[in-house]
Design a protein around this ligand. Sequence first.
Ligand code: DMJ
Length: 384
Amino acid sequence: FQQNAEISVFEVNIRFVGGLLSAYYLSGEEVFRKKAVELGEKLLPAFNTPTGIPWALLNIKSGIGRNWPWASGGSSILAEFGTLHLEFVHLSHLSGNPVFAEKVMNIRKVLNRLDKPEGLYPNYLNPSSGQWGQHHVSIGGLGDSFYEYLLKAWLMSDKTDEDGKKMYYDAVQAIETHLIRKSSGGLTYIAEWKGGLLEHKMGHLTCFAGGMFALGADGAPSDKTGHQIELGAEIARTCHESYDRTRMKLGPEAFRFDGGVEAIATRQNEKYYILRPEVIETYMYMWRLTHDPKYRQWGWEAVEALEKHCRVDGGYSGIRDVYNNHESHDDVQQSFFLSETLKYLYLLFSEDDLLPFEHWVFNTEAHPLPVLRKDDGNKEENQK
Ligand code: DMJ
C-alpha cells in the first residue's frame, strides 16, 4: 500500500476492497477486516476534489489524483465513482469510522442536485465544476455498475435505503422509455444514447442488466413486478442469441441491431471474447428467480464452449474472434474469470441456499457482502 504507483480507484475498490471484505465475512479472520479498512483509507485522498466526486486515478503514495485523459473534458466516470457505495458502507460498518459512508452519500447528493437529460444519467461528470460532460448514456461500459449499486445499496440496507431505491426505479423508468427497443426479429435490446440519438448497439457488459432487472422486480411499483422479470428474461434471451449466433458459441464484446443484422458483431474490433461474466451472471439470477431450466441449459452451453475454445495449458484464455473457425487466443486470463464467470456458473448449478439472496448481495466483481440488518450488530444473522 506504500508503492509509488498510480491505481484505478474503481478497480482497486471492486476487486481488492470487495475481495478483502468478502474474505473477512466468509472467514471471520481479522486480518482481512484490517487490510480492507487500511486499503479503504488509502483511497480517501481521491475524494479531495471541489465537489467530492472522486478522481479515477490515484497515486497511493502521494495521494495525488487525476482523471483519465480521454474522459470528456476532465470528467470522472459514472460507473467508476458510482461503484463505491456497497464497499464504503461496509468499511464504515466494520471500522466504526463514518468517513467512508459520508464520502459515498455525498456522491448521491451531488447527483440528486443535478438536472438529468430525460431522467438519464450521462457517463461523464466533471469533479471540479459538478457539471455533466458529454451527454452519452450507457447501461454497458462507463455506466453499468452505477445502476447495479443503486439497487444493491437498497437491498444491502435491508431495504431501508429509500433514496437508493427511488434513484434506481426512476432510472429504470427512463432507461425503458429512452433506451430499450425491440428488433424487427423480436429481440429486446438496450441501446446507447448519444445526445438524444440512439446507437443500436449492445455491449457484452450491458447483458448484466437482465439479472439486475429481475433482481429488482420485487421492489418495483406493484404493477411492474412481473414486467421487470419479463424484461430480465428478454434481455437474457437476446444475450443468449448473441452467443448462439457465433461460431464458438461465446458472445462478442458488442453486437448490433442495424444494417440488417440482429445480435451480431459487425466490426472486427468488437468480435473478441475476454472471458467476461455478464451473460452467465444474468442466467444465474434468472435461474434463481424463475427456476426455468433453460437458464441452466444455456449456462451449460457456455461451459462447453469455454472448455472447447478457451481452455489452454496454463488456464483459460480470451479469444480474438468468436466468429472464426479457429481460435486465436489472446493469452490473458482476466481475474474476473475466477471471481465472476466461474463463481456465477457454480452458483447457477448450486442450491438456492448457497449464499441466498435474502442474506447476501454480490458486489460488481461478484464478491459477496452480507445484508446489514436493520437491528444491526447481529453478526450471526448477517452471516447466515
Ligand atoms: C468486471 O470487472 C465487473 O463486472 C465490472 O463491473 C464490469 N466489467 C468486468 C467484467 O466484465
